[in-house]
Every structure is written in C-alpha cells, then in structure tokens.
Write a protein that binds this ligand. Structure first.
Ligand code: SAH
Length: 250
C-alpha cells in the first residue's frame, strides 16, 4: 500500500517504509492532522510491507520457538532478511535508507535523532512481534536498533508510529509556522516554559503578569528562567548536560 501523492509536486519526498505483520495499523494516527495533511500533500511517503508475504510455507508462518528454550516465539532470520533485501532492492540506486529495528534494547530515540532522521532521504522500519527477532538477521543486514523508551510494548508498530510522528513534524512544510520548532522542548536542551491562553482569569487563577505586559524582553527572560527552573527540577540529567554545553560555549 502506498499512501499519499506519489511525489508528483514534490521532487523527492521523505519516505518511510515499514516492515510489519500488521500493515493495517498504518498510517493510523499519522493519517490525521498535521502528518495526515502532509501525507496527502506528498511531503512524505509511507509504504508498508507485509513480512508475511515472505513466508515460505503455506501456513505463512514467520516465527519459531527460541533455541535454548524459554517462552514465546522468535521471528525467523531468513524471512526477515528476504523482506529487507526486497525493500532495499526497490530503492533508487543512490538510496541508502537506514534500516531501523524498533527494540527496547536500542539506542534511545531523542529529538537529536529525530532531526538526524528527518535529514535523510527516508528510512526503513522493522517492527518486531512476539519475543523479538533472530539476532543474526540484525547482524547480517546491519540493522540498527532504536528504542522509544525503557518499557516493553507488545509490538514495534506503535514505536514506529511514535518515531515517525517525531520525524515527520520536522520535515519542511509540515508545520505551518516553522518558529514553533525553534521554541519547543529539547531544542535548546531545556524543557519548554509553561503556556497560558484565555481566559486571563480562570477559577480565580491569573496568568503570570509579565505575559500580559507586552514587554518582549521581559517575557523572553521570564520564559527562559521558567524553562531552566523546570528542567533543573524535573530532569537533572538534561540540566547537567545544558550546564556543560553552556560552559563549553563560554
Ligand atoms: N523480548 C523482548 C521484547 C519483545 S516486545 C525484550 O525483552 O527485549 C515485542 C516487540 O515490540 C519487539 O520486537 C520490538 O519491535 C517492540 N518493542 C517493544 N518495546 C519497545 C520499545 N521500548 N521501543 C521500541 N520497540 C519496542
């Protein structure tokens, strides 16, 4: 299945190819709102490949019991490699899309990684199921592992949706007001300051006075102080890194 305009008014749309046992889970939530509109406009492309199409028996099985025993099933390396080889063959000769296996053992996804992936031509995402995949498939096909956090999901599909959401919103033209991307959490190594809108008084609570002052320099300073305070309190790890990089900037 190919969703979105086939690059008609966009020379080289960023492309995601998702290898999964559940192709109908895509585009799912990414068919809505910003990502959905961008998909329709052809700013990015999404293709799913059903791993089961590469099964070798009439039952279309893709998994088997783990060597060494233990619970659950493991996805077979031969079938995974055939699927990866197929999508790699399909890409343009200069295409070097990275293959990423969504995995709790992987490098943790963060904003810097999302930005880096948005700068590529596209990516190939492998979604695991059951207990995971045979290690040899990852080794032989040089597949990177990326995790969306320190918890275990029942499959790689929701992780792939998270990763794609983070990347797609960074593609040029997806967010109408690019300044939005400059201000938000993690961009400058800090969490975002608190936001307020109308009504100005709600349940007896006023919005912070400085925000209604119209004094842009004070507002900027207040927001920066707030972002720093919040980061220090909630994410000491980010705060340490922020201080170090501030020091090295001099
Ligand atoms: N037995 C594995 C977990 C398997 S969960 C382990 O203990 O590491 C089944 C599938 O869900 C995995 O193959 C992977 O593709 C996906 N998955 C689970 N948690 C994830 C996470 N935190 N990040 C990315 N993918 C995850």
């Amino acid at each position: 299945m190919t969703a979105g305009v086939e690059g008609k008014n966009w020379p080289d749309p960023w492309s995601a190819r998702v290898l999964t046992l559940f192709p109908e889970m895509f585009p799912g939530p990414l068919g809505q709102s910003l990502a959905g509109k961008a998909l329709e406009k052809g700013i990015w492309r999404l293709e799913t490949v059903d791993i089961r199409d590469f099964a070798r028996d009439k039952h279309r099985s893709v998994d088997d019991a783990p060597f060494g025993g233990g619970p659950g099933m493991v996805m077979r390396p031969d079938i995974l490699a055939d699927t990866v080889d197929h999508v790699r063959k399909e890409q343009a000769p200069n295409g070097t899309d990275r293959v990423i296996y969504l995995s709790p053992r992987g490098r943790r996804l963060d904003q810097a990684m999302a930005r880096e992936l948005a700068e590529q031509n596209g990516i190939i995402l492998l979604c695991g199921r059951f207990e995971g995949v045979d290690q040899r498939a990852l080794d032989r096909r040089e597949i990177e592992e990326v995790s969306v956090g320190d918890f275990v999901l029942s499959g790689g599909e929701t992780a792939a949706l998270v990763l794609l959401d983070a990347v797609v919103r960074l593609l040029p033209g997806v967010i109408g007001e690019p300044a939005t991307l400059e201000e938000e959490s993690f961009v400058h190594g800090l969490l975002e300051y608190s936001q307020y809108t109308r009504p100005q008084v709600w349940e007896g609570q006023e919005v912070p006075e400085v925000l209604t002052s119209g004094h842009h320099e004070n507002i900027r300073a207040w927001r920066k102080a707030q972002a720093e305070e919040l980061t220090k309190e909630r994410r000491p790890d980010l705060w340490e890194r922020y201080l170090r990089s501030a020091k090295s900037r001099g």
